[in-house]
Design a protein around this ligand. Structure first.
Ligand SMILES: *[C@@H]1O[C@H](CO)[C@@H](O)[C@H](O)[C@H]1NC(C)=O
Ligand SMILES: *[C@@H]1O[C@H](CO)[C@@H](O)[C@H](O)[C@H]1NC(C)=O
Ligand SMILES: *[C@@H]1O[C@H](CO)[C@@H](O)[C@H](O)[C@H]1NC(C)=O
Ligand SMILES: *[C@@H]1O[C@H](CO)[C@@H](O)[C@H](O)[C@H]1NC(C)=O
Length: 820
């Protein structure tokens, strides 16, 4: 398909015709991306044709049939996808209607009386233009068909000439009208087409539901016009052409229902859920948006916010830090998931109301619980919690049920928990009570159960997590998912702008002033430099990135922190501290930072060539420019940067988030590794690993890291191996564009590359690489992504091999090096 497809027509056709001999025509929903585009009822019409017009944002659109309770099995017979003219139907798809799609209700070729709809080749875009004989407009003359050359080049909707050559026209002074029943109330787009095919020019008023859309509209001979009109909250349409001087006429019209496309879940949440899905091997659901059109299994949503997650009766082992990224959670249920150790990584969940960690093997309360300020119910029954209950739990003002039953707790319960509004359940512990005496008596008889504290007056506003019924009728998700490939286009991910920023970092500006080699900017200076945050050039896990210009004229990339959690504050301080120490030509330089009360901003050198990911996949992808030698040069540069982090700097640094969007290029394709927000320092030179919770980006995660939680430099090597595979294959690590066995880049590419079968090499470099050079690079990439960390080379070994591959390529091709 063409390169700039942005608006497409999707046309599925459904035919039942009693194929199963049960005589029960099904009814079901149809979704495109996050939107429920239509409901199909084959009792009403069989076959049933739907047409949906939508703007394409990604390379794929997920098309699903959604079965309804008692609706029978969905069927589908064909699906067509057609590009439409750029900018067509703008009134329904542009501006504040960007998040909408158009569902066709009527497309009528006025005055046309044929038995089949008119379509390709008359309409190059293959829309179906129906005859209008099923309508009974008031007092109509017969349709005219007159061959007049019409100039339609100014009309964005590009109506077919053949459609414009017929017309409904009223010869006497009167009113021409169409009455259309729409069934359900909603917003509709009405598109009216006029062409001057009559010997005289006509002039008339156009009214829709009695609203004057155009008065004294004039159709001149051999000219054509289109009028787009939005009719809001209507369930029927009366389209009227009222005579002024000459014949009212209309050549064609279309009516579309305007359907809202629900907002997508934020990228952070999607990434967190993917990490959880990957690291647990647990199938949460299909691969598109977690909330819409139907929430994934184990999730509940409120709009585009994931508000509830329940994973249970499975083996999780520990609470990954990724859970702490699900900031919108109101309820989290991790009962019976083999959790051990302490309760951790949940402190950032400030909206969490219900936390169920029962039936695990947790031994300690950890330190984060008291920051979950909205907590109302905390269920810790049937764990191995030991020692005393921490006083800090008393600071949870909204808590009204604390279940500590069947643990190994002992001692006196903090008085802060002794209040009317809180029910504390304590039975089945070694010895646990609010009063000393009870405890002393019982400590000699641990088998006797302590009395249970039950308190009255539980507040009413209480614990009911309201189940959001996003879809009244829809129950089960159907069997059918079709991925529509719609080629390349402008990919823009909407990012939600977070309003408030809470800073809780312990670092003060004075402390940071003592660090040298960086410049501390005031917020004012940053505002001036970025022209009041005018030019967004990207966004990452940290927040938005703006282009700025320092007073000395130097261009900089300004990263403004947008997440509201302690995690973010930590990673800010972490990054500033690390980057002040780290200087290397293949690492992105920190020019300075700003850390005022509400603001955390990092100022980096600006690399105009954007990221490797942008170059490989972005809207202005320069994939074709990136020949094999150039790709190897980028790999060598990035490996040099990582080698410095692992082996050249003190302390050693593990990057933790190596990925193609963190490798930045200048205009000469020199590569630098950036984004140290997730870096971890290795404390002692001798330490072999750091134990940490899983953090990173889905698709690049070292499988051994998330099973052992032991982070070594080899985890970076794994992620770097993925980047090498991207350079070789020219595709993203996780992609759902092809058949399921190609989704995961590693699983798909590894067997081919091991066998020296280079048919999977990126199309844009095929036939233009030295086989020996490719063999070497492929072999090192495969070794990097070995499941077993000890089987992977060090980054220094990777660098040496890549240099060789690069040299082989340069010497074999005379033209290969011209970019470098
Ligand atoms: C489908 O249409 C038939 C006939 O109009 C109607 O009886 C039935 O209730 C409809 N089914 C649904 C699910 O709306
Ligand atoms: C057709 O219309 C366009 C703009 O509406 C105009 O630029 C062009 O010259 C016209 N062509 C002819 C053949 O009249
Ligand atoms: C916990 O999960 C396992 C399966 O992983 C199941 O066999 C067991 O019955 C569950 N226990 C409880 C108490 O739900
Ligand atoms: C937590 O989960 C357990 C196991 O399913 C259940 O018995 C208990 O009622 C849950 N706690 C709450 C507060 O819902």
């Amino acid at each position: 398909m063409a390169n700039h497809v942005s608006v497409v027509l999707v046309r599925p056709t459904f035919v039942y015709k009693n194929h199963d001999l049960r005589n029960r025509p099904p009814s079901f929903g149809l979704s495109l991306g996050t939107a429920i585009a239509a409901f199909v009822n084959l009792t009403v019409s069989d076959p049933w044709v739907e047409e949906v017009i939508l703007r394409i944002r990604k390379r794929t659109v997920v098309f699903c049939l959604l079965s309804t309770p008692h609706g029978g099995f969905p069927v589908i017979s064909s699906i067509e996808v057609r590009p439409l003219p750029d900018g067509a139907y703008g009134a329904g798809l542009n501006g504040d209607r960007r998040n909408h799609l158009l569902r066709k209700r009527f497309r009528i070729n006025c005055g046309y009386n044929g038995s089949e709809p008119l379509r390709y080749p008359y309409d190059p875009y293959d829309r179906l233009w129906d005859a209008d004989r099923y309508f009974s407009p008031t007092r109509l003359s017969a349709g005219f068909h007159i061959e007049v050359p019409i100039n339609v080049s100014g009309l964005r909707e590009s109506p077919p000439i053949a459609v414009l050559q017929t017309v409904r026209v009223l010869a006497r002074k009167n009113v021409l009208a169409y009455n259309l029943s729409l069934g359900s109330p909603g917003d509709y787009l009405v598109v009216l087409y006029f062409a001057g095919i009559l010997p005289v020019s006509s002039s008339f008023d156009i009214l829709v539901n009695a609203d004057m859309v155009r008065s004294s509209y004039r159709v001149n001979h051999a000219e054509a016009g289109v009028i787009l009109h939005l009719a809001k909250s209507v369930d029927s349409l009366n389209i009227m052409f009222r005579n002024i001087t000459f014949y009212p006429q209309v050549n064609a019209f279309e009516v579309y229902e305007i359907v809202e496309i629900p907002q997508e879940v934020s990228a952070t949440t999607v990434s967190a859920l993917q990490v959880i899905q990957q690291s647990t091997g647990f199938d949460l659901g299909w691969q598109d948006d977690p909330c819409s059109p139907l929430p994934w299994k184990h999730l509940e949503c409120n709009g585009s916010l994931v508000t509830s997650l329940a994973l249970f009766n499975m083996d999780l082992g520990a609470i990954y830090s990724t859970f702490g990224d699900l900031l919108d959670l109101r309820a989290l249920d991790l009962h019976n998931t083999s959790l051990t150790g302490e309760i951790m990584n949940l402190g950032s969940l400030q909206r969490l109301e219900t936390l169920n960690l029962s039936f695990n093997k947790l031994t300690s309360f950890g330190s984060g619980i008291n920051t979950m300020i909205s907590l109302q119910i905390l269920d810790l029954q049937n764990n191995n919690l030991e020692g005393a209950v921490p006083d800090s739990l008393g600071s949870l003002k909204n808590l009204h049920l604390l279940n500590l039953e069947n643990n190994k707790l002992e001692g006196i319960l903090p008085q802060s928990l002794n209040k009317e509004s809180l029910e504390v359940r304590t039975s089945g512990n070694l010895c646990l009570s609010f009063t000393f005496s009870t405890c002393n008596n019982l400590s000699d008889h641990p088998s006797i159960q302590t009395p249970q504290f039950t308190v009255v007056n539980i507040p009413k506003h209480s614990n009911h997590i309201k189940k959001e019924k996003i879809l009244g009728v829809i129950g089960v998700l159907c069997c059918m998912i079709i991925l529509i490939l719609v080629a390349i286009f402008k990919y823009k991910r909407r990012k939600r702008t977070d309003g408030t920023v809470i800073t809780s970092s312990a670092w003060t500006t004075t402390e940071m002033r003592s660090w040298d080699a960086t410049k501390i900017f005031t917020y004012k200076e940053i505002k001036v430099a970025t022209n009041n945050f005018n030019d967004v050039i990207g966004s990452g896990g940290f927040g938005k990135i703006y282009l700025g210009k320092l007073s000395d004229g130097k261009l900089v990339a300004v990263k403004v922190r947008s997440d509201r959690t302690q995690l973010g504050a930590d990673s800010f301080v972490n990054e500033v501290r690390l980057l002040t120490q780290v200087r290397h030509p293949n690492l992105v330089t920190l020019e300075g930072f700003c850390h005022e009360s509400e603001q955390q901003i990092l100022v980096y050198e600006y690399l105009p060539g954007r990221s490797l990911a942008d170059n490989l996949y972005g809207s202005n992808s320069k994939k074709a420019t990136l020949n094999w030698a150039c790709r190897l040069k980028i790999a060598v540069d990035a490996a040099k940067g990582l080698d410095y982090l692992h082996n050249g700097s003190t302390p050693r640094i593990i990057h933790r988030d190596v990925k193609s969007s963190n490798i930045l290029l200048d205009m000469e394709f020199n590569a630098k590794v950036g984004d140290f927000g997730l870096s971890k320092q290795v404390p002692q030179a001798s330490a072999s690993h750091v134990t940490t919770a899983v953090k990173g980006t889905a698709g690049y995660l070292d499988p051994e890291y998330y099973s052992t939680l032991q982070l070594t430099e080899k985890s970076d090597v794994y992620s770097f191996g993925i980047v090498l595979l991207e350079l070789i294959c020219g595709r993203e690590p996780l992609s759902h564009a092809g058949p399921p066995d190609t989704y995961n880049l590693v699983l798909w590419a590894k067997p081919y590359l091991q066998a020296g079968a280079f048919e999977i090499v990126d199309e844009s470099i095929k036939g233009a690489f030295d086989v020996e050079s490719m063999r070497k690079a492929a072999s090192i990439a495969v070794k990097c992504v070995d499941r077993d960390a000890s089987g992977r080379p060090t980054i220094a070994q990777v660098l040496a091999e890549l240099k060789e591959a690069y040299t082989i390529q340069l010497t074999s091709s005379s033209s290969g090096g011209h970019l470098l």
